[in-house]
Design a protein around this ligand. Sequence first.
Ligand code: SAM
Ligand code: SF4
Length: 331
Amino acid sequence: MSALVDGFGRAHRDLRISLTDRCSLRCTYCMPEQGLPWLPRPSMLSTDELVRVAAVLVGMGVSEIRLTGGEPLLRADVVDVVARLAALEGPHGRPELSMTTNGLRLAELAAPLRAAGLSRVNVSLDTLDPDRFARLTRRDRLPDVLTGLAAATEAGFAPVKVNAVVMREVNDDEVVDLVRFALRHGYQMRFIEQMPLDPDHRWDGAAMVTQAEILGRLRSAFRLTPLDGRGAAPARLWQVDDGPGTVGVIASVTAPFCAACDRLRLTADGQLRSCLFARTETDLRSAVRAGADDDAIAGAVAACLAGKRAGHGIGEPGFVQPERPMSAIGG
Ligand code: SAM
Ligand code: SF4
């Protein structure tokens, strides 16, 4: 099957799979209080269908799979999904499996997920203040995230990464505390610039907290030394003081990494997207349900990739936010 190279010569090795669009939190920047119109169950890929599509993509050269959502740990058979994906094989061997989660169910699932073949875990945590957490996520569940983080370390995940979206007058005063917390527990802290993917389309680039601002705040407390060798990884890393702790910033807006992008995304309802900000999707679910063979699915994947644009275009004239919010695409 053909290699996953797009029209700009970028080889694609990383597949993000959304296991569900549903979530146990309601982060204000991601979901309205009442939730979103969820995908109807019959439209979602069954686990057999999901593994089938992933197998074709691994056969075409995908070597890393990240599970996300919505909240991936809400999928009832998530451990089985991990085990089946971990057993796939392609030209680069077995895929490395990772997950981005809000951590609420990690206390019970970290060990079984690790045993099933999950290699890495990123936990999203925007604040360490319980009241602020309850306001920001509309659920009073900070202790569950902290317990989940500890369970991830206990299960042998290393390093556990902690992701925070930095927002003005919401949590931008907490970046130093979050780094101190991560250093104390051996986690790697990573800050994310907020992207225009909110459901109510209220993102404001002028108000966004930039990488430069985040670094400025961190430099008031730490000596930061840039580390090289980022490759296709979205985060730029800095060593904190004399190390070994590091901090990362994912500056998708002010320092886009599109030129090195190696990612494809599969939504929970089986639509393949070449970019978070793509305006079109390729319907692999219909292909699978119509009995397409592997070559036909691979052909549809190649056509999707052929349409991948050079960059996301945020801030350029004519930029239009995708219709699906982040939680329905898979962050
Ligand atoms: N529910 C899981 C979680 O929160 O980790 C996985 C899905 S969530 C959509 C994945 C990541 O996207 C989280 O770290 C979240 O904070 C981040 N995110 C959501 N909306 C975002 C936005 N508009 N800009 C940047 N990151 C965003
Ligand atoms: Fe749920 Fe993650 Fe969105 Fe928060 S960021 S509402 S945890 S999908």
